[in-house]
Design a protein around this ligand. Structure first.
Ligand code: GLY
Length: 376
């Protein structure tokens, strides 16, 4: 039985970092917005993630995804100030840069090539030979094949970013409904006009699907093919008053991020065969911890704090889906951000808000549209 009924201008399904970033930008633009979250805000991959703003470290070719990532990364310093001012919560932007360590000759060649096209694209990327790297990082154990230093790839504390976005949106009038899962869409003549939850009907002029790894399942209710699937990532936190390095160190299959609160984040596996299982397991954490200790031996003495696991929203071509849904009026998508939800949250919020307030999006959305599936 339906208990309550709400009306909102825009309803966002999913209260992770993407949903909250959209809520913030829409609320800032004066749009009445409601966020529906089946669990608690940011409790899925937003919480498990590393918080890396790896616009250069995560991108292997010059393409629209690289441009989108660079633009999003550039928004963070101002976003941090705005959110701090509105909410008093600091996302803890950490600006020491990232070392991407080469693990073999082939990796070294690929990274040198990356240095060249990223530099040509106007980004800073500095090569360190093994000896120089040891001078900078101290106790790396195994010999490396050099490293690419990306001084402008930063990181934030993702749970803080989420809190700051949600609190600021609330201050601007956004409404958040937690522990409230959608059961189905409400439709009128084929257009989406809201959603039904277990105990309410929420009517909305438009609905944005931003439900991370669950987006494909939800879209399927409409017979809509949205190929977004879970890619599990396991990681863990170590306690430390003084992390062994101020830099993020990133190599094949393992990265290490010192956090401002003294903790050290070690990530992450990439598993496609775990379905929706979000439990950390011993085998993956054992492999990851041995890689981390091999890279930075002093990590082995730090107390273990928290195992983490989350489901990244993967897509077949690694690109997110952003924008309207062809053939379904009232429905928009902002999902499939795979390894880069935190990094792309700022630009996603901005682009979707631009789209919904009648402005021309500041980035061409064509490469991220759902219609690209028809051309592939
Ligand atoms: N952005 C890093 C990861 O997803 O593991």
């Amino acid at each position: 039985m339906i208990g309550t009924s709400y009306q909102t201008d825009t309803l966002i399904v999913g209260g992770g970092v993407i949903g909250c970033a959209i809520a913030y930008e829409l609320a800032k633009a004066g749009v009445q917005v409601t966020v529906l979250e089946k669990d608690t805000l940011g409790s899925q991959s937003t919480r498990a993630g590393a918080g890396m703003l790896g616009a250069q470290v995560e991108m292997t070719k010059p393409d629209p995804m690289f441009d989108l990532s660079i633009q999003s990364r550039a928004l963070f310093p101002k976003l941090r100030e705005e959110l701090l001012e509105l909410s008093g919560i600091d996302m803890e932007l950490h600006t020491s840069g990232i070392f991407r360590i080469a693990v073999d000759e082939a990796d070294r060649a690929a990274l040198l090539d990356r240095q060249s096209w990223q530099t040509e694209a106007g980004q800073r990327a500095v090569w360190f030979e093994d000896e120089e790297l040891r001078g900078e990082l101290g106790d790396i154990l195994s010999p490396t094949y050099g490293a690419l230093y990306l001084p402008d790839d930063h990181q934030v504390r993702n749970p803080q970013l989420l809190l700051a976005l949600a609190a600021s949106s609330k201050r601007l009038g956004a409404r958040f409904l937690e522990h409230s899962a959608m059961v189905c869409f409400l439709q009128d003549n084929g257009a989406i006009v809201g959603v039904k939850t277990v105990d309410s009907e929420i009517r909305a002029d438009r609905v944005i699907l931003a439900a991370g790894a669950w987006s494909g399942l939800i879209a399927n209710q409409l017979g809509l093919e949205l190929p977004v699937f879970p890619v599990k990532g396991q990681s863990f936190l170590l306690d430390s008053y003084s992390p062994p390095t101020p830099f993020t160190i990133y190599t094949h299959g393992c990265y290490i991020l010192p956090k401002r609160n003294g903790q050290v984040y070690v990530g992450a596996t990439e598993e496609t065969r775990s379905g929706f299982d979000r439990r950390p397991n011993l085998r993956s954490l054992a492999t990851l911890s041995s890689q981390a200790v091999q890279l930075l031996p002093s990590l082995g003495d730090l107390p273990f704090s928290t195992p983490l696991a989350g489901l990244r929203p993967g897509s077949l071509d690694g690109l997110p889906f952003l924008g309207s849904v062809p053939g379904i009026a009232g429905l928009y998508v902002a999902t499939g951000h795979f390894r880069n939800g935190v990094l792309l949250s700022a630009i996603t919020g901005r682009l979707i808000a631009e789209l919904l307030t009648g402005k021309t999006p500041s980035v061409d959305l064509e490469p991220f549209s759902l219609s690209r599936l028809q051309h592939s």
